[in-house]
Ligand binder design. Structure first.
Ligand code: GDP
Length: 445
């Protein structure tokens, strides 16, 4: 996401770097380039205008003229203004004092509401909540079934009208679901409402009726980021028709430009609360304006990486890994395999690298890193006998041929892996002897 904008901005800044004082012309030229970058990213015009005006004003101010490194200051200002335009602080869910907290989803059909309902349920449950999903989309014939499928994957019960009782009234279903949640100790209710392909008054009225019946603690407007400026128009229509507290942006993974993300807050005055970045239930998180700005400016998003690790690994795994690192036994291919599968649990390797600072420049190479390469390495190790994994030195020529055949790879692949493994083993020995290899002043260096 945001690749286009990110590329443009990093090249604007690289032409600034190395300059001492910034002249009026430098500032104007930079502002012009940023303006073009934002327009190309499909950001709404009023937003672009205000953004540029603020950058210019601040770039002419003391913080830049007195700075030792003016270019760095301009980058800092752009970063701060990006955070601001994306909403400033991270918007957290407001839980009701008396449960259940009622969260209602509204948006066009295809926006990703049902998928988001499941993601939100799973995300809440990971934090010890006990959500209930509610099927109040009774317009589309298979909407209820779709929510049930999503609920099953998320491990969350679904409240839906009894089959055979006719179509049912979505307002009644919503009302009854809150009662059901109260009796069954669900502390959050997530209501999926009906969408249409385009904005229409009847859909708005139904959503407003559900809203009036259950008084939601949070109304989330769910919108597909890939529709660009249309997202902003639809957002305005829903604001007038139903009203909402916050926005959930979906399909950010398919949105190279970022226009919706950068415009919606400014135009609607409502913060973006959630970002959805893929079809899997895990591709979902709170929207953090500061981290997003950091990604756009290719400053990395290490915080998200760390949180993902904390969420993904359980304590036992971390302890096992730590004890492998600390033990006197030699590092084996089994340890290697275990470490690799831990890292892989965090997601596709390209996504992980994308969160490291400065990696934006290497996007093409990252895109070429194929998770299949890792599959191949795992297959090779799994084709070895336990003895070979524990004592890799015994893997001679004929064994390599057998392993290559067993794993559907070439002998050269096996050779490459064994060589790399011996390097890793050497590194581990050094680390076990104390200190990181090559770090001056540390024991063992
Ligand atoms: P609804 O009509 O608003 O309930 O939308 P759905 O939840 O049925 O989603 C419509 C389509 O978008 C489905 O094919 C989803 O798999 C897909 N989808 C939803 N969220 C995302 C996302 O964040 N990224 C991508 N790539 N696809 C998504």
């Amino acid at each position: 996401m945001f690749e286009t904008l990110s590329d443009r901005l990093t090249s604007v800044f690289s032409s600034l770097r190395g300059k001492g004082r910034l002249s009026e012309e430098d500032i104007n030229a930079t502002a012009r380039e940023i303006r073009l970058a934002l327009l190309e990213a499909d950001v709404a015009l009023p937003v672009v205008r205000e953004f540029i005006a603020r950058i210019k004003e601040r770039a002419r101010g003391e913080e830049v003229s007195k700075a030792l490194n003016p270019a760095q200051q301009v980058i800092r200002i752009v970063n701060e203004e990006l955070v601001e335009i994306l909403g400033g602080e991270t918007r957290q869910v407001r839980f009701a004092k008396n449960p259940p907290t009622v969260i209602m989803l509204a948006g066009l059909q295809g926006a990703g509401k049902t998928t988001l309902a499941g993601k939100l349920a799973k995300w809440l449950a990971a934090d010890r909540n006990t959500p209930l999903l509610v099927a109040a989309d009774l317009q589309r014939p298979n909407a209820v079934t779709q929510l049930q499928v999503v609920g099953e994957r998320a491990g969350t019960p679904v409240f839906a009208p009894e089959p055979g009782n006719g179509v049912g009234d979505p307002v009644e279903v919503a009302r009854a679901s809150v009662e059901h949640a109260r009796r069954n100790n669900h502390n959050v209710v997530i209501i999926d409402t009906a969408g249409r392909l385009g904005v229409d008054t009847e859909m708005m009225r139904q959503a407003a009726d559900i809203r009036d019946a259950v008084s939601p603690d949070e109304i989330l407007f769910v919108v597909d980021a890939m529709i660009g400026q249309d997202a902003v128009n639809t957002a305005q229509a829903f604001l007038d028709g139903v009203g909402y507290d916050a926005v959930a942006l979906t399909k950010l993974d398919g949105d190279a430009r970022g226009g919706a993300a950068l415009s919606i807050r400014h135009i609607t005055g409502r913060p973006i609360m959630f970002a959805s970045t893929g079809e899997k239930l895990e591709d979902f998180d709170l929207f953090h304006p500061d981290r997003m700005a950091s990604r756009i400016l290719d400053m990395g998003d290490v915080l998200t990486l760390i949180e993902q690790a904390q969420r993904t690994f359980d304590e036992a795994e971390v302890e096992k890994m730590a004890s492998t690192m600390a033990s006197d036994d030699d590092f084996t291919l089994d340890d290697f395999l275990q470490q690799m599968s831990m890292v892989r649990k965090l997601g596709p390797i390209g996504n992980l690298l994308g969160m490291m600072p400065g990696m934006g420049q290497m996007r093409d190479q990252i895109d070429n890193i194929d998770d299949k390469d890792l599959d191949r390495i795992q297959a090779i190790i799994q084709s070895m006998t336990p003895g070979e994994r524990a004592h890799p030195k015994t893997i001679n020529g004929s064994r390599r041929l057998r392993i290559a055949n067993g794993s559907g790879t070439q002998v050269s692949d096996v050779n490459g892996l064994v060589t790399r493994f011996f390097e890793a083993q050497k590194m581990m020995r050094k680390m076990k002897n104390g200190g990181m290899p090559g770090m001056p002043g540390m024991p063992g260096a």
